[in-house]
Design a protein around this ligand. Structure first.
Ligand code: FB9
Length: 529
C-alpha cells in the first residue's frame, strides 16, 4: 500500500474519529506494519498543520513462544505429572523427557509427585494425587484472551521470571486533527519555476516549506586523513606568515646532511642504531660538495670560526652512511647551504661584471666607495612538514615515525627575542596564547628553548615544541655571511592532531589498525578554534 494511499486513509479515519486515533490501532485496522503508519504521519506533518501527532508509549503483556507452548500443552510440571503411569517411572527416564528437568522440580514443590529412593532398580517417581490444577496454563490462557487484569502483578512477574510472559513497550502516536485539517492532500510544489512566475499560476499552488534542518547529500567521494587536514591548516598558517615550503621529498638522507652539517658530533648517541635507521643498500652516499665537506670536517675536528670544535678524528665513512632522516632539519641545512652558495655566486658575478666594464665616473664628484664584495644576503623564511623516522621505543603516543613541522627564519641580527616573537605569532594562530620558554639543549642550536603552553583542559603546562638559534659552527662553514643569524623551531603534526580529534592512542590515527570510518567521519580541522 503506497504511503500516499495510507496517508489519505489515515485522514479519513481521523475525520470520523471523535477525538483522535492511535497509530497502532490504525495499523491493525489497515493490516499494515506500524512503521508504515509512522511514515504516513511524518509525511503529513511535513505538509503543514494537517494533523497533530503526540508520541505515546504503552506497555502490555505478551506470551513468549514458551508461554504459547504452555497454553497448548500445559506447563512443564503438568506434562511431567501426566507422563507418570500408576506404577511410577524411573527418575532417570523422567529426566530424559523434554520437560523433565523444569517440570520435575515444580511438580515436587507442588507436591504432585514423590521420589522413592529405596525402590529396587533405583529411584522411582510416583504420583501423590489423582488429579492436578494447572494454574500456570490457566493464567496464560486468561492473559492471551485479554483478561490479564484477573492475573495479579505478582503472578505476572512470576510468569515473566519463567520466561513464559514478557512485558512489551509499544511506542505509538496519538493523532488528532490539525488547524489546517483536510481529508485531501494537496500536492505541494518543491520548485518555483519561471513558467509559474510568468503565468501567475504560482498563486494557486501550495509550496513545500523549506527544510533548513535537512542534511546535505553525503557525497560518495574521497576523504582526507585527519593528519592531512591538520597539515593543510599548518601549511596555511606558514603561508600567511610569508614562509616558503621546503622540498622534503627525500626520506633517505646522508648522515652528513642529517648530522655533520648540523655540527652534531659523530659520537653523539642520537647517531647510533638505537635511535636511527641505517640503510643497507645503498649504504653510503657518494656526492658531497667537497670544499664544504672539508670545512665541516675541520670545524668538527679542529674548530674554527671562534669555536674550539669537538677535537675528534672526524671520519668521512661515518658521514657517508645513508639513513632515514631523523628530522626535517636536514632539509633546512641543505636549503641554507644552497642559499649561501647562491649569495656567494651572485657576489662573484657582480665583481666579474664590474671588472669587465669601464668604470663610470660620477660627474665632478668623487668615485663611489668600492662596495665590499661581501655576498648580499636576502632574508628568507622557510617551512617544512613531512615524515621523519626514529628508532624509538614504541608506546601509545610514539611510533618509529612522525611528521615534523619546522619553521626557519634567516636574517641579519636575529635574536632570541625575534624567535620568541615569531613563536608567539605562530602559536597564536593555533589558538595557543599562553607560552613559556625553558632553556634546553640541541647539538645544532645555541641557545635552545623548549616551548610550553598552558593547557586549560588539563590545567597544566604541556610541551608544544622545541626551538633555537642555529650555531655559527653550522652556518659559517656553509658560507652564510657573518652577521646573519638563523632562528628555527619544530613540533610534531601527530600531537596536535590527536588533541584536535580526541584520539588517545596513536595507533588509532596511523597504521594498519586505523578504522577507516574515522577518516570518513572526521570533521574539518580548524586549528584556531
Ligand atoms: O609537538 C609537540 N607537542 C605539541 C605540539 C602542538 C600541540 O598543539 C595543541 C593542539 C594545540 C600540542 C602538543 N612536541 C614536539 C612536544 C612533545 O609532544 C614531545 O613529547 C614529542 N616531540 C617530538 C619529538 O619526539 C621525539 C614533538 C616532536 C618534536 C620535537 C622537537 C622538534 C620537532 C618535533 C624540533 C625541533 C627543532 C629545534 C630547533 C631547531 C629546529 C627544529
Amino acid at each position: 500500500m503506497a504511503d500516499a494511499g495510507v496517508a489519505e486513509l489515515l485522514l479519513k479515519k481521523l475525520e470520523s474519529a471523535d477525538s483522535g486515533v492511535d497509530s497502532q490501532d490504525v495499523a491493525r485496522d489497515l493490516s499494515v506494519d506500524h512503521q508504515v503508519i509512522v511514515g504516513a504521519v511524518k509525511s503529513l506533518q511535513s505538509l503543514g498543520d494537517l494533523i497533530s501527532a503526540e508520541q505515546r508509549s504503552s506497555k502490555h503483556w505478551e506470551l513468549t513462544g514458551e508461554g504459547q507452548e504452555t497454553v497448548e500443552q500445559g506447563s512443564h510440571e503438568a506434562r511431567v505429572f501426566k507422563a507418570i503411569p500408576d506404577d511410577g517411572l524411573p527418575q532417570s527416564e523422567l529426566m530424559k523427557l523434554p520437560s523433565g528437568k523444569v517440570g520435575f522440580s515444580k511438580a515436587m514443590s507442588n507436591k504432585w509427585i514423590r521420589v522413592d529412593k529405596a525402590h529396587e532398580g533405583g529411584p522411582r517417581i510416583f504420583r501423590m494425587v489423582e488429579t492436578i490444577e494447572d494454574s500456570v496454563q490457566e493464567k496464560l490462557v486468561q492473559i492471551q484472551k485479554g483478561i490479564a487484569d484477573e492475573v495479579d502483578e505478582k503472578e505476572k512477574n512470576e510468569l515473566k521470571k519463567r520466561k513464559l510472559l514478557a512485558e512489551v513497550t509499544v511506542k505509538s502516536y496519538f493523532i488528532t486533527k490539525g488547524p489546517s485539517f483536510s481529508t485531501t492532500i494537496t500536492k505541494q510544489e518543491t520548485d518555483l519555476t519561471p513558467e509559474m512566475i510568468a503565468s501567475g499560476s504560482w498563486k494557486e499552488k501550495s509550496f513545500k516549506p523549506y527544510n533548513f534542518e535537512a542534511l546535505g547529500v553525503t557525497l560518495d567521494c574521497g576523504h582526507l586523513h585527519p593528519l592531512m587536514k591538520v597539515r593543510t591548516q599548518f601549511r596555511q598558517i606558514f603561508l600567511e606568515m610569508g614562509f616558503t615550503e621546503m622540498p622534503t621529498n627525500n626520506y633517505i638522507e646522508s648522515s652528513f646532511w642529517n648530522f655533520d652539517s648540523l655540527f652534531q658530533p659523530q659520537q653523539h648517541p642520537a647517531r647510533d642504531q638505537h635511535d636511527t635507521f641505517f640503510l643497507s643498500d645503498p649504504a653510503v652516499a657518494t656526492e658531497f660538495p667537497q670544499d664544504y665537506l672539508e670545512r665541516v670536517k675541520k670545524v668538527h675536528s679542529e674548530g674554527g670560526y671562534g669555536s674550539q670544535g669537538y677535537k675528534y678524528d672526524w671520519k668521512i665513512e661515518e658521514a657517508k652512511k645513508n639513513i632515514l632522516r631523523t628530522h626535517t632539519t636536514a632539509v633546512s641545512a641543505r636549503m641554507l647551504y644552497n642559499l649561501a652558495q647562491k649569495c656567494i655566486q651572485e657576489a662573484k658575478n657582480k665583481v666579474e661584471t664590474k671588472e669587465g666594464q669601464p668604470k663610470k665616473q660620477k660627474r665632478g664628484g668623487k668615485r663611489r666607495k668600492k662596495r665590499s664584495n661581501e655576498p648580499k644576503f636576502t632574508p628568507v623564511k622557510y617551512f617544512s612538514i613531512d615524515r621523519v623516522f626514529r628508532n624509538e621505543t614504541l608506546d601509545a603516543t610514539h611510533l618509529a615515525e612522525f611528521h615534523q613541522i619546522e619553521g626557519v627564519v634567516a636574517d641579519y641580527g636575529l635574536t632570541l627575542g625575534d624567535l620568541m616573537g615569531v613563536l608567539h605569532q605562530f602559536f597564536t594562530k593555533l589558538g595557543i596564547t599562553k607560552l613559556r620558554f625553558k632553556p634546553a639543549y640541541n647539538p645544532y642550536t645555541e641557545p635552545s628553548m623548549e616551548i610550553f603552553s598552558y593547557h586549560e583542559g588539563l590545567k597544566k603546562w604541556v610541551e608544544v615544541g622545541n626551538s633555537g638559534v642555529f650555531r655559527p659552527e653550522m652556518l659559517l662553514p656553509m658560507g652564510i655571511p657573518e652577521g646573519v643569524s638563523v632562528i628555527a623551531w619544530g613540533l610534531s603534526l601527530e600531537r596536535p592532531t590527536m588533541i584536535k580529534y580526541g584520539i588517545n592512542n596513536i595507533r588509532e590515527l596511523v597504521g594498519h589498525k586505523v578504522n577507516l570510518q574515522m577518516v570518513y567521519d572526521g570533521p574539518i580541522c580548524r586549528l584556531d578554534s
